[in-house]
Design a protein around this ligand. Structure first.
Ligand code: NAD
Ligand code: MG
Length: 402
């Protein structure tokens, strides 16, 4: 039997919810599978330099990228906000978002955990794929914006794209050793407003929208879960990851977040993956595949009665789902436009400048107003990203929405 190779890992977005969970997983693997086999070689963070410095002090071989130049300069100039933040003496530190690409391509790194939130993670994720790395992909927005470009880069470089998103990790695991599926079924908790009426959602506050019933996550994905735009993005992500059509994808509400997704085989069997909701499990699997190693997470407690429910989505209350299917169906530039519009609208909602129920209509408006193109380069997609953000701001200014 051949010895497994050492894994030199970089975490892009190491200070976030996924990034910190990934760093925990690496510590767990170092303790249980060998500290010579698992090495954290690179980390990046945008804000929260204190947390980044703490991670760096536990992984002395890691090079560091501070992607937010303003925060880095404030720290370097001794700004009081960063009192006590010190990085290990010998650490290599690079400042500026352009270094994210350098880190993603670093020949000393085998596996890149793409855990930056939003379109900001696109260039570094594409760079890691182009450089032929194993990419543990949390940053679903990259596939939504540029799925065709990423798949083409993967074919050329031989990169491996391993899903971190719990639903896609479940589907990936259900598909192992099986023929192409008849249907894939994404489960959705339904978010904090799953039992709310449209009128109630109209008056939803930021705190209510951030209070997810089963997962603790970053702000943007928490709002996406409340609107169910997260599931819309996941429909598009699934299409690219698994090479299925929009018509082969189904979404069901599963309140308990135990069944992470399912695959229906051609003869009609439904295969599911179950585990307690903890992102460390799919992160670890993306790192260790095809090996399956003891995890750091709790096991399902089967000594108690457990209720697992499945129900259809109410698309009237959650129009994001139809929008997600529409984007997955038409492809081309639609994903870039809807993703950018969503990021902009979520930002405006968090600032109190639009209502919760304006977010999905803003995305639909941008999609309807844009000049669709069936293929586009990364530069063109980024141009459309900027256009869609501006279009949402113009729409907000015109419509006096709050
Ligand atoms: P988060 O907000 O907690 O963390 C985001 C990370 O990205 C931080 O390290 C932050 O410093 C960095 N970042 C933010 N803006 C940046 C910029 N402009 N340039 C460079 N870096 C920047 O987010 P999260 O919840 O960890 O989500 C990260 C990604 O993982 C998202 O794409 C999300 O959809 C996906 N995801 C998250 C979860 C979850 O449970 N949190 C589950 C599935 C998928
Ligand atoms: Mg998910």
């Amino acid at each position: 039997m051949t010895e497994p190779q050492p894994h030199r890992v970089a975490i892009l977005g190491a200070t976030g919810s996924i990034g910190t969970a990934a760093s925990d997983v690496i510590e767990h693997l170092r303790a249980t599978d060998g500290s010579d086999r698992w090495v954290l070689r690179g980390i990046s963070g945008h804000g929260n330099l204190a947390l980044l410095a703490k991670t760096a002090s536990r992984h002395l071989n890691a090079r560091i990228v501070l992607s937010d130049t303003a925060a880095a300069q404030a720290w370097q100039s001794g700004d009081a906000a960063y009192t006590g933040v010190t990085f290990p003496r010998a650490s290599r530190i690079d400042v500026g978002s352009e270094w994210l690409i350098d880190l993603a391509e670093d020949p000393e790194i085998d596996t890149v955990v793409a855990a930056i939130v939003g379109r900001a993670g696109l260039e570094s994720t594409v760079a890691a794929v182009t450089a032929g790395k194993r990419v543990a992909l949390a940053n679903k927005e990259t596939l939504v914006v540029a799925g065709a470009v990423v798949c083409e880069a993967m074919r050329n470089s031989g990169a491996e794209l391993l899903p971190v998103d719990s639903e896609h990790s479940a589907i990936f695991q259900c598909l192992l050793g099986r023929e192409s599926p008849r249907r894939i079924v994404l489960t959705a908790s339904g978010g904090p407003f799953r039992d709310w009426t449209i009128d109630q959602m109209h008056n939803a506050t930021v705190d209510q929208a951030l209070a997810h019933p089963t997962w603790r996550m970053g702000q943007k994905i928490s709002i996406d879960s409340a609107t169910m735009m997260n599931k819309a993005l996941e429909i598009i992500e699934a299409k690219w990851l698994f090479g299925v059509t929009a018509d082969q994808i189904e979404v069901v509400i599963h309140r308990q977040s135990i069944i992470h997704s399912m695959v229906e085989t051609c003869d009609g069997s439904m295969i599911a993956q179950l585990s307690p909701p903890d992102m460390r499990l799919p992160i670890q699997y993306a790192l260790t595949h095809p090996r399956c190693l003891p995890g750091a997470t709790k096991l399902l407690d089967l000594s108690k009665t457990m209720e697992l429910t499945l129900a259809p989505v109410d698309r009237e209350r959650f129009p994001a789902i139809s929008l997600g299917f529409e984007v997955a169906r038409v492809g081309g530039t639609a994903g870039a436009v809807v993703n950018a519009a969503n990021e902009e609208a979520v930002g405006l909602f968090l600032l109190g400048q639009i209502r919760f129920t304006d977010i999905v209509p803003a995305c639909q408006m941008a999609l309807d107003n844009h000049n669709f193109e069936i293929t586009a380069s990364i530069d063109r997609l980024l141009e459309l990203d900027r256009w869609a953000r501006a279009e949402v701001r113009r729409w907000q200014a015109r419509s006096n929405l709050v």
